[in-house]
Design a protein around this ligand. Structure first.
Ligand code: ROI
Length: 161
């Protein structure tokens, strides 16, 4: 059993709903159980600015799937949410990033873990810190220290009505 962390993001077509639905769907993946979910957070887009704000969250999963199989499952869920890859760093209905897979360092053509941009992104570090405050990330170090160093403004926690 491996503990994996998934970053969720959406900025199209009721983004809160895409993220909340995906949280539930992650638990239903084969050989996975969802252990912890973060709050939802809102932040301005990084990349092109002419797109809506993003809603982001992080889910901790316990899984028996290999990293590659988990990645394929995440890509299928993105498809189900109507994800189309058009503009680079453009808007999206659902983005599911495999952030961490146990303590493993993975570098293949399709997958780099730890996620290569996570240390620069407050919208990843902040929800991750909420559910795993003591986490130490391979190659990157203590999550709490990464969060203190990040340059980007913190995301705003979404209060669901
Ligand atoms: N910007 C924010 N704030 N949140 C994201 O999830 C996000 N995802 C992306 C790009 C377009 C890089 N910008 C983002 O893929």
């Amino acid at each position: 059993m491996i503990v994996a962390y998934i970053g969720l993001g959406s900025n199209l077509d009721q983004p809160e709903k895409h993220v909340l639905d995906a949280m539930a769907e992650l638990e239903l993946l084969p050989d996975c159980c969802k252990v912890k979910i973060s709050s939802l957070y809102r932040s301005a887009p990084i990349g092109p600015q002419d797109q809506p704000d993003f809603i982001n969250a992080v889910v901790q999963l316990e899984t028996e799937l290999s990293a590659q199989s988990l990645l394929e499952q995440l890509q299928q869920l993105e498809q189900k949410h109507g994800r189309v890859r058009t503009q680079h760093w453009g808007p999206r209905t659902l983005d599911l990033d495999l952030l961490l897979y146990g303590n493993m360092i993975i570098k293949t053509e399709k997958l780099t873990v730890p996620h290569p941009h996570m240390a620069e992104r407050s919208f990843v570090l902040c929800p991750l810190l909420e559910i795993a405050p003591e986490l130490v990330i391979p190659k990157l170090g203590r999550l709490s220290e990464l969060y203190q160093r990040v340059q980007m403004d913190p995301p705003v926690r979404v209060v669901l009505s």
